[in-house]
Design a protein around this ligand. Sequence first.
Ligand SMILES: [Fe+2]
Ligand SMILES: [Fe+2]
Length: 136
Amino acid sequence: MTLYWNQNIHTIGIKHLDEQHQQLFETLSRLHDSSHNGTIETEIPKIIDFMEDYSKKHFRDEETLMQEYNYQGLNEQQSEHAKFIAKIEEFKSAYATNGATINLALTIHNTLSTWLVEHISSLDRTMGLFLLEKIK
Ligand SMILES: [Fe+2]
Ligand SMILES: [Fe+2]
């Protein structure tokens, strides 16, 4: 399964958050490609670091907006975001122990893709609808 951005399903309507989601999707598809074209050795460590930094920034941006507008779903979002970061930490230690393997590349891709699609189309969408009402 490769990850594709689908405007209709994945857009939440807050431009900079949509762009960040897209960036996360693109990075995960690059990881998927790397498992087919022999570049995992160089790509896995770069992508793990990027996903960690970029998703932290993305979650911070979302949480700041939710705080600003007193969004009721903030706690649930925060605990879900923490789970995503914890998964990345697990992948980091798997990489430190076993190095770059195709299995690790695919596990990272599948786990984080599934989480993202699910999170964006449920919690982020609901948050987006709320914020759009407040911001306009
Ligand atoms: Fe998000
Ligand atoms: Fe979120």
